[in-house]
Design a binder for this molecule. Structure first.
Ligand code: 9G3
Length: 569
């Protein structure tokens, strides 16, 4: 491809709304343009990268025996009503009507659709295992789209669904996907890790997330420094440790704390430490009001609360609900006298002696409060681990990092097959619900994650496997016939070798050409400059500072060698 013909509107300046490198570079390197909040159009270079990632995904899915299909994104409400999820997903689902008033949604995922496709075809245990997948555009009306394609409202997902007759069969299907995902993310040049994850609303018996370490990641990942335990913080458990309470229980006192609402203000006011406080957070859990107590310096783990309550939506209660439950304004909630459907108490709170809590009276707190004597409730694991906690597997030291979730694989079980009557006849002639798994990869998000891990101040540094072009040939002086002729020769020859090659034949200053080549991140640059009169050209890798001078005829083997080296995975 000739750069002079390539639609590649690169940007010098960083677009203001782009906060993270991948978002900035995807706009600056002309990979995509914003159409609306969380909605992007992909330009030639960006689409080539998307297609290369999709091709790697396709090869590895097919290698593990999965079969590709393509479903509509326009989904009839009936199937979602059958699974009971039409009502569950409120504003996050794009809902629309056809001209006859029939209800549809733009597909945010396809569990119901794949289950419907197979339920009339799978009759017997002999028809399984089966794994069907698609690479298709999804729609989710995210509350706050951000970070470009990392959290967008329209995105390409590879979603796969497996169908088995036995739980052992599901384990095998799950392991096949586990293998495929490791090969896919390795081939995309990512430094990633599979971590234990929360299945959340999906239910099922277990799930793994594929995380890419990145400081801009929205997820928090717990790593053990000793063993290879790793988990999304949502799924990292804490345990009840029996502490011997040798401190006397003192009498409760009500203390006026007029302008101390936050833990920080209260620590100063009472001149004590955060572990002497228990904060009481009030939530709306579907149609219930629940209160969750954790130590003053801890965070509530909402995934654990959702799993315990088996609720779909969990959100902080507004001031009005807080007023109704506590009789006080936000900031003074406590366990004594609170009126909620359920009071969840984290293990640590149960062990605090003479704790400080809100008095359920605006401007007041209670001191010397003790679980058991003064309040009770449901005790359990409701908080996030911290780096002071031990590894739940080996007791080692843990570290918490940020990460980008690029893939998620689930052991779904019979959640959808039971409610949608997708059954089969087993060996004993009995009718059983099909045992399912589902597996997703965010294609756009994978692309952004690669850029987050592979860029420098000059631009993107594409791994060879998904680079939009592998080589760019740059004639320095377009008026120099020998430079242009040689550059064209190298370009034609590399093309004839089946290598994706660009030639920057624009009549631009060399500096502009070099900056654009670095910005768009082409792995190999061949520069044809004044030394061509001695038959010498420059060979440079985007991911190395070194420039090699070589004879023109040596370029082709060098390029082949570098590409083959990069392809060894
Ligand atoms: C919805 C809406 C948003 C959603 C879902 C449904 C996330 C929903 C979870 C999944 C699970 C797996 C198959 C591929 C891998 C992930 N957001 N999820 O189910 F209606 Cl609006 O999508 N699905």
């Amino acid at each position: 491809m000739r750069v002079s013909n390539l639609f590649m509107p690169t940007l010098r300046e960083v677009p203001s709304e782009a906060e993270i490198s991948s978002h900035q570079l995807m706009l600056r390197a002309a990979l995509m343009k914003k159409l609306a909040s969380g909605v992007y159009n992909f330009l030639p270079l960006g689409l080539r990268v998307l297609r290369k990632i999709e091709e790697i995904v396709r090869e590895e899915m097919n290698r593990e025996g999965a079969q590709e299909i393509l479903c509509s994104a326009l989904l009839p409400s009936e199937l979602w009503k059958e699974s009971g999820r039409w009502e569950v997903f409120g504003p996050e689902m794009f809902k629309l009507y056809d001209r006859n008033g029939r209800e549809f949604c733009l597909g945010p995922t396809h569990e119901e659709i794949f289950t419907d496709i197979v339920r009339n075809e799978i009759k017997s245990y002999k028809d399984m295992p089966l794994n069907l997948y698609q690479i298709q555009t999804k729609y989710r009306d995210e509350r706050r789209p951000r970070f470009g394609v990392i959290r967008s409202r329209e995105f390409i997902m590879k979603d796969a669904y497996s169908f088995d007759a036995t739980w052992e069969g599901l384990d095998e299907s799950f392991d096949k996907m586990y293998r495929a995902y490791n090969r896919i993310f390795k081939r995309c040049g990512l430094d990633f890790k599979s971590v234990e994850a929360d299945t959340g609303a999906m239910g099922g018996t277990g799930s793994l997330e594929f995380m890419v370490k990145s400081d801009i990641g929205e997820a928090e990942i717990v790593f053990c420094d000793t063993c290879d335990y790793a988990a999304n913080i949502e799924a990292a458990p804490t345990f009840d440790i029996d502490v011997h309470k040798n401190e006397e229980f003192k009498d409760i006192e009500k203390v006026e704390t007029p302008d101390s609402r936050t833990i920080e203000e209260l620590i100063k006011f009472f001149n004590t430490t955060p572990d002497k406080f228990a904060k009481t957070l009030i939530y709306k859990a579907d149609d219930k009001v629940v209160a969750v107590m954790v130590r003053g310096d801890r965070d509530v783990n909402e995934a654990k609360v959702i799993n315990y309550l088996k609720c779909i939506n969990l959100e902080m209660a507004d001031a009005e609900i807080v007023k109704k439950a506590t009789g006080a304004e936000v900031g003074f909630a406590g366990p004594i006298g609170i009126e909620v459907d359920e009071l969840l108490i984290d293990y640590e709170v149960k062990n605090i002696v003479n704790m400080i809590v809100g008095a359920n009276d605006t401007g007041y707190h209670l001191i010397n409060v003790n679980y058991g004597r003064d309040f009770t409730g449901t005790v359990g694991d409701f908080r996030n681990v911290t780096e002071n906690d031990k590894c739940p597997r080996c007791g080692g030291k843990i570290t918490i990092n940020k990460g980008i979730e690029v893939g998620h694989i689930f052991k779904l079980g019979t959640k959808y097959s039971e409610i949608m009557k997708a059954t089969f006849i087993d060996e004993k002639g009995e009718e059983k619900p099909i045992i399912m798994g589902c597996y997703g990869i965010g294609i756009n998000r994978t692309m952004a994650a690669v850029i987050e891990q592979n860029h420098d101040e000059k631009g993107i540094i594409w791994p060879m496997s998904i680079a939009p072009f592998k080589v760019i040939v740059v004639p320095v002086v377009m008026k120099d016939e020998l430079q242009v002729k040689t550059a064209e020769e190298i370009y034609e020859k590399l093309n004839s070798m089946g290598i994706d090659v660009l030639i920057d034949d624009r009549d631009e200053r060399a500096g502009v050409k070099f900056n654009d080549a670095d910005l768009i991140g082409i792995p190999i640059r061949i520069t044809v400059g004044k030394k061509i009169k001695d038959g010498i050209v420059e060979f440079k890798l985007r991911n190395s500072p070194d420039t090699l001078e070589m004879k023109v005829e040596d370029v082709y083997n060098k390029v082949k060698e570098v590409i083959e080296e990069a392809n060894r995975y």
